[in-house]
Write a new protein. Structure first.
Length: 377
């Protein structure tokens, strides 16, 4: 898959922009705050329908604009895919896929497979389990359309059950609570099964990626639950475990007015040679683990999809030593890559150079660093 063109209007620091990147490697360089990451963020939004930086939609709208518009066309083996999103400052966003409004917004997910590397990826290793669950669920959604629907069903049942507990506490109607327990257990078992399937897809790729960037030892997963299921549990068994756990924890849930057991509290622990990477690995090891997570995701998508995913590298090279950078460079043999850097010499890769400044992109055609204006407002 390749991005043919992308247009922005009222997005972050851009009044207007049309960017037509090259098929291979595209390096965007410029000062901090120039808008390099915003371009990658816009590309990522077309695939994820959210900011990979974790910011709200409202934050994407330029200060003097009422809405932001992002549209882009991608080439795929079967033709092209056009994704268009209007993000208003207030109200619901409007999404179109190939010129038509999709039946459900989640139908767009998976149309544009992509993998993002960013300095904050270190949080996947160092922080709590929520980010690791998000990594698994986001990747599963790109690999298997059914995973998106199952995550939606689970999130909906969890929200409804928690709302009932929060509002009613011990006065909650038991019949209604039983009904939500049934739905939560069924959807939760499917989410759990997707995660286990994904861990199987990633297991060898993760360790290969870890060692491929010069690390020593083995990198593995250890999946933990607080509701009885294990990595050996089938989907049916997981559903039974979850029903039993919801019943067993009901008094605790009444007291805390929330659901205390289930896949929403699982942890996919990362282990380096049998030691928890979060607490026992060095800073350098943790950074390499985070890098391996993204490489493994890229390779899993490449193996499952008919075309390579788009690769977004946001200021990654400044965080890596030369040997680790060389490991990342092995990904650049094929596919379309976008790299941002504040120092052009820090991104020692061959590819088209673009200079970002003043709300515009300038393409370096001459090699003298001056560039030629190709868009901006």
């Amino acid at each position: 898959m390749e991005l043919i063109w992308i247009e922005l209007a009222g997005f972050r620091c851009y009044d207007t922009l049309r960017f037509e990147p090259e098929p291979g490697v595209n390096v965007l360089s410029g000062d901090n705050g120039a808008g390099k990451t915003s371009v990658l963020e816009a590309i990522g939004y077309l695939g994820l329908l959210r900011s990979f930086r974790g910011t709200s939609d409202e934050s994407l709208v330029a200060v003097d604009a009422e809405s932001a518009v992002v549209r882009g066309e991608f080439s795929v083996p079967s033709g092209t895919v056009l994704v268009e999103v209007e993000i208003p400052r207030e109200g619901r966003r409007r999404i179109q896929l190939n010129g038509k409004r999709p039946q459900r917004n989640r139908d767009v997910l998976g149309q544009v497979p992509l993998v993002v590397f960013q300095p904050d990826d270190l949080d996947l290793v160092k922080r709590g389990p929520g980010l690791r669950r998000g990594y698994l669920d986001d990747l599963a959604a790109q690999l298997w359309p059914q995973a998106v629907a199952d995550q939606h069903d689970f999130d909906r049942a969890l929200r409804q059950r928690n709302a009932l507990l929060r509002q009613e506490g011990r006065a909650a109607d038991r019949t209604t609570l039983d009904a939500w327990d049934t739905q939560l257990a069924a959807a939760g078992a499917r989410v759990f099964a997707h995660r286990l399937r994904l861990l199987g897809e990633l297991e060898s790729r993760l360790d290969d990626a870890y060692q491929g960037v010069g690390a020593e030892g083995r990198l593995t997963w250890k999946y933990l639950t607080n509701w009885g299921a294990t990595a050996e549990s089938s989907e049916v068994e997981a559903g039974q475990h979850l029903v039993e756990a919801l019943t067993r924890r009901r008094e605790r849930d009444f007291d805390q007015r929330t659901t205390t057991g289930g896949p929403q509290r699982d942890d996919a622990m990362l282990m380096v040679s049998g030691r928890p990477a979060r607490s026992m690995a060095s800073q350098g090891e943790q950074r390499t683990v985070a890098l391996a997570l993204r490489i493994a995701a890229y390779r899993a998508l490449a193996a499952q999809r008919p075309s390579l995913p788009v690769l977004l590298l946001d200021d990654v090279f400044s965080e890596l030593d030369p040997s680790r950078s060389e490991g990342v460079l092995t990904l650049f043999d094929e596919g379309q890559v976008f790299v941002t850097t504040a120092r052009d010499d820090a991104a020692a890769v061959q590819g088209r150079r673009w200079f970002v400044r003043g709300g515009a992109l300038k393409r370096d055609d001459s090699g003298d660093g001056l560039g030629r204006d190709v868009g901006g407002g």
